[in-house]
Design a protein around this ligand. Structure first.
Ligand code: TXA
Ligand code: MG
Length: 319
């Protein structure tokens, strides 16, 4: 088990230190353009098991593998024409593809929770790219938060949730996209398993056709998409037209709010601010009301996370 968690700088010495921690089976959190990931060597059973332990994550919820390039990704999954179209259009970037796992992948079966498919992505963040290139192997990484809590978009968020449970975190500033990757299932009928940093409209334009969209509760949805997730300690009320007594208002557009996701109503800015603002309001301990957000572009990913934040909590359901 880790003791003190080290804060590493995003330079050659930091990359070398992170890479040797991974080689030794340790855990290092690192920035991606979406959220911070909690990384381990995806080929090492013990290291991958420690991810689940550090997060308190249920073992049936599979992890995303991160690699530096499309060529590296093709070593782990059966590639397809649609994978090629989406990878050329959106990798490196905030897109995860779910494809059939290759029999010779060499990955720990814990990564996929023994599913026949693998979720894989090539992140664009220069620090993630630098680290993955230095390490030269596949890195399994869920978001670097305790299971069911708000995802981290700064190194400080990671430390607030996981300090003492992981070896290190790389300081990489605030994440530019701010919501997790869009997950597209391509193992059978192409479908969106989780809305995220690439708008569905952009995916459909690249593919030249509509994608099936699954909703929470649908058995085909990404296994980790539980109803209660991204949960602040305080209750969350959605589509709030006004602030009620005792509430903090998380605004969008021209409203008088405690914190505003985007005063100008820009969904890209709102996504980048979402988790940071939720962390900040949550630390004040009052119920949170949230302005309506349009269900288009990145608004779909924002509303998906907000609906989960507002869902009834059930401590027996690990989110
Ligand atoms: O942006 C992101 O995707 C971030 C950064 C760190 O890359 N990662 C992330 O990981 O959001 P996590 O573990 O918080 O969410 C991964 C989601 C879970 O809902 C999981 O169930 C789903 O991906 N998933 C993983 N493998 C899958 C598979 N083979 N089939 C379907 N869903 C899968
Ligand atoms: Mg997560």
């Amino acid at each position: 088990m880790a003791n003190a968690t080290e804060l590493l700088q995003a330079d050659a010495a930091g990359y070398a230190a992170a890479s040797s921690i991974w080689s030794a089976g340790g855990l290092v959190a690192f920035p991606t353009e979406t959220v911070y990931g909690l990384g381990a060597d995806a080929r090492n059973d013990r290291a991958v098991a420690r991810i689940f332990e550090a997060k308190g994550r249920p073992r049936f919820n599979p992890l995303i593998v991160h690699v530096a390039s499309v060529e590296a990704a093709r070593r782990y999954v059966d590639w397809s024409d649609e994978a090629e179209i989406l990878a050329s259009a959106f990798w490196p970037g905030p897109l995860t593809l779910v494809l059939p796992l290759r029999a010779d992948s060499g990955l720990s079966p814990l990564v996929t929770a023994e599913l026949p498919t693998l979720a894989i992505r090539v992140p664009a963040h220069p620090v993630a790219q630098g680290l993955l290139t230095e390490f030269g192997g596949p890195v399994a990484a869920p978001s670097a938060n305790p299971s069911g809590r708000i995802s981290p978009t700064t190194a400080a968020h990671v430390l607030a949730g996981l300090s003492g449970r992981i070896e290190a975190v790389i300081e990489g500033g605030a994440c530019a996209v701010g919501v997790e990757s869009t997950i597209v299932g391509l193992a059978d009928q192409a479908s969106v398993l989780r809305p995220g940093g690439v708008p569905i409209e952009a995916l459909e334009a690249a593919l030249g056709r509509a994608l099936t969209k699954h909703t929470a509760g649908d058995p085909l949805v990404a296994p980790g998409q539980m109803q209660s997730h991204y949960a602040p300690g305080a209750p969350v009320r959605l589509n709030a037209q006004e602030r009620r007594a005792g509430e903090l208002l998380l605004g969008f557009g021209t409203v008088d709010a405690d914190l505003n996701l985007s005063p100008s109503g820009d969904l890209v800015e709102a996504a980048a601010n979402l988790f940071g603002h939720l962390h900040a309001l949550d630390s004040r301990g009052s119920p949170i009301a949230v302005s309506p957000i349009p269900e288009i572009g990145l608004g779909r990913a924002i509303n998906d996370r907000l609906r989960r934040a507002a869902a009834p909590r059930d401590d027996r359901l690990p989110g």
